[in-house]
Structure formats: structure tokens, C-alpha cells
Design a protein around this ligand. Structure first.
Ligand code: UFG
Length: 320
């Protein structure tokens, strides 16, 4: 069994990773500054260290706890904000990740599972997107994820250090057993907004563009359940500990769902029509993003358990 430090473990994806690690019998400590993470997401079985990845002294102290592996999910992730305030993303995502890499090599922690993104690819040149697809990030957020992958690649060549970068497509859903109750606040992503409209916290949903070359004119994305993502982190740690090489892997379902289809599925789940308006395109949105997860299947033996968006949305509606 591994002893794992989950950085960003109080956040949306991090808390699901902590649950999956505990369920598999691993020892877990969480390091989180609670900027977007929430105490309600913490598990009593996991030690909690409140700290920031920019506080190198605190980070090094936490890292010296005899860990076998680190999962790093602490990042700013609002695509629009990253274009307006890139300096925040340089500092938090790039400098923060370098602090983690340096603390790891300083403390002799060899294995890192990193939260990367489909945003490293940019506008798809072919579909489904595999890991050999060229990297042309369309936003600064995606650029920071790509840069961190490059730093990890260099550290793996130069140091006793190995990593798995997990490139998530569109993460949605919540723990189906109801153990994670911290609803993401202020998210700009589609499903949280749909749920805000359904719950009356928001007046309406604006659909960004109805004139794309897709089956109904709205953008298509690959929505993957957060508990499936979490399980991949456990498998990645176990593979690294068993001596696997460093790698970068897509995590998606291989299935595309349009914005309109998401709305229809959500309406079915909540049992009524939602207030929707059609607006213009959002800058930088590719028409279609769908993953090939063949490599994750081959390397980790990972496959998504959830492939039906209605079922996934049901796990989200449950947390209300
Ligand atoms: N959308 C709307 N209205 C909204 C919000 C979103 O129509 O109010 C649409 C978007 O235009 C897009 C789709 O819903 O077509 C999904 O949008 P999200 O903002 O939920 O997700 P993105 O696909 O833009 O990006 C997400 C994450 C990124 C990640 C990327 C990888 O936010 O961090 O997936 O696929 F990099």
C-alpha cells in the first residue's frame, strides 16, 4: 500500500481521488490552501495539512512525511480568466508545480500523478484525439498544463523521478454514494451552470453557439465522470510504484455529447424544462472534442464505468 500526498485534495476532483485512494487501502494526506477546496470535502481518514503550493517552506515540510507518491491537482482552471490574467496562472500553475517538483526531488519522493487537460491539444486536427495529436493550446490555462508536462519530462530524465500526466476531457458528476457534498461554487462550466438554473440559483443558461457543424449545431464534448477519473489516479500510482515508465494519458469516454443533448438529459433528470437562451459563440471553443482513451486502457487497464450522461447528471443532481 502506498502513502500518498494529495495536493489539492479538498477540491472537486481531488476529493474524489482521496476517496478512491482510501477505498483501495492507501494512506492519504491532503495538502490544500482551501482557495476553492472546501473542508466539507475532507475525509476523516486522511490527515489534512492546510498550506499553499507557493509557500515553499510549508510545502517542503509537508513533503518530508515519508510519501511514496504525490497527486498534484492544485491549479487555477478558468479558461477565460487565464486569458485576462495570465500572471495568476504563471504563478499558481507553473511556479506552484515547480515548487512541488523541487520539494519532491528534495525529499526523495519519486512518483507523481499530475492533473493535466485536453486543453493541451487546442483545436482538433483529427478525431478522436489521441496522445500523439499535436499540441496547440488555445488558451493560457492549457499552455500552463503543457509546460508543466515538459518540466516533468525533463525531471524524469535528470532525476530519480517518474510521472503520469492524466489529460482529462470534461470532468462532471459527483460521488454516487454521496460522500462528497461540496458543490463547486462559481464554476463557469456547462453542467454546474445547468444545475444552478435547475435549482433556481441562476435565472437562465446561455448556450454559446448554435451554428457549429455538428448534428444539432451546438458544441460536442466528451463528458467523463469524476469517479472514473479518480480511479485512474489510483491505477496510475499503483503502476508507477510497480515500476512503470513515465507517460501521458487521455481520460475520456470516447463518446461525444452536444450542449443541447446535455440540456435535454438534465431536463429529464430534474423533470422540467430549463430556461435556456441561444447566444453567440464563445471565443476559442472547438466544435468537437472527443478523446481516444485506448492508451489509458492499455497502460492502466482503465475504462470509464459511466458512459450515459443522464446517469452522470443524476449523480450531480443528488448533491443538491
Ligand atoms: N457552454 C455553454 N454555456 C455555458 C457554459 C458552457 O453553452 O454557460 C458550452 C461551451 O461553449 C462548450 C461546452 O458547453 O461548448 C462545455 O463547456 P465547459 O466550459 O463546461 O468546458 P470546456 O469544454 O470549455 O472546457 C473544459 C474545462 C477545461 C478543459 C477542457 C478540456 O473547463 O479546463 O474542458 O476539454 F481544458
Amino acid at each position: 500500500m502506498a502513502k500518498v500526498l494529495v495536493i489539492g485534495g479538498a477540491g472537486y476532483i481531488g476529493s474524489h481521488v482521496v476517496k478512491a485512494l482510501l477505498k483501495s487501502g492507501h494512506g492519504v494526506a491532503v495538502y490544500d490552501n482551501l482557495s476553492t477546496g472546501q473542508k466539507i470535502n475532507l475525509f476523516k481518514e486522511a490527515e489534512f495539512i492546510e498550506g499553499d503550493i507557493l509557500d515553499t517552506a510549508a510545502l517542503q515540510k509537508a513533503m518530508s512525511g515519508g510519501f511514496d507518491a504525490v497527486v498534484h491537482l492544485a491549479a487555477k482552471k478558468a479558461v477565460g480568466e487565464s486569458m485576462e490574467k495570465p500572471e495568476i496562472y504563471s504563478t499558481n500553475n507553473i511556479c506552484g508545480s515547480l515548487n512541488i517538483l523541487n520539494a519532491m526531488v528534495g525529499c526523495g519522493v519519486r512518483n507523481l500523478v499530475f492533473s493535466s487537460s485536453a486543453a493541451v491539444y487546442g483545436m482538433p486536427e483529427y478525431l478522436p484525439i489521441d496522445e500523439k495529436h499535436p499540441f496547440h493550446p488555445l488558451n493560457y490555462y492549457g499552455f500552463t498544463k503543457l509546460e508543466i508536462e515538459k518540466y516533468m519530462e525533463w525531471y524524469s530524465r535528470l532525476k530519480d523521478f517518474r510521472y503520469m500526466a492524466l489529460r482529462y476531457f470534461n470532468a462532471i458528476g459527483y460521488d454516487a454514494e454521496g460522500d462528497i457534498r461540496g458543490r463547486e461554487i462559481g464554476s463557469q462550466n456547462l453542467l454546474p451552470i445547468v444545475m444552478d438554473v435547475a435549482a433556481g440559483r441562476r435565472e437562465k443558461l446561455s448556450v454559446f453557439g448554435r451554428d457549429y457543424e455538428t448534428r444539432d449545431g451546438t458544441c460536442i464534448r466528451d463528458y467523463v465522470h469524476v469517479s472514473d477519473l479518480a480511479r485512474a489516479h489510483v491505477l496510475a500510482i499503483e503502476k508507477l510504484m510497480a515500476g512503470a515508465e513515465s507517460d501521458s494519458l487521455n481520460l475520456g469516454t470516447g463518446k461525444g455529447t452536444s450542449v443541447d443533448e446535455m440540456i435535454q438529459a438534465a431536463e429529464k433528470v430534474v423533470g422540467r424544462k430549463l430556461n435556456v437562451e441561444y447566444a453567440g459563440r464563445r471565443a476559442g471553443d472547438p466544435a468537437v472534442l472527443v478523446a481516444s482513451y485506448d492508451k489509458a486502457k492499455k497502460v492502466l487497464g482503465w475504462e470509464p464505468a459511466y458512459t450515459d450522461v443522464e446517469e452522470i447528471i443524476r449523480t450531480t443532481w443528488n448533491i443538491e
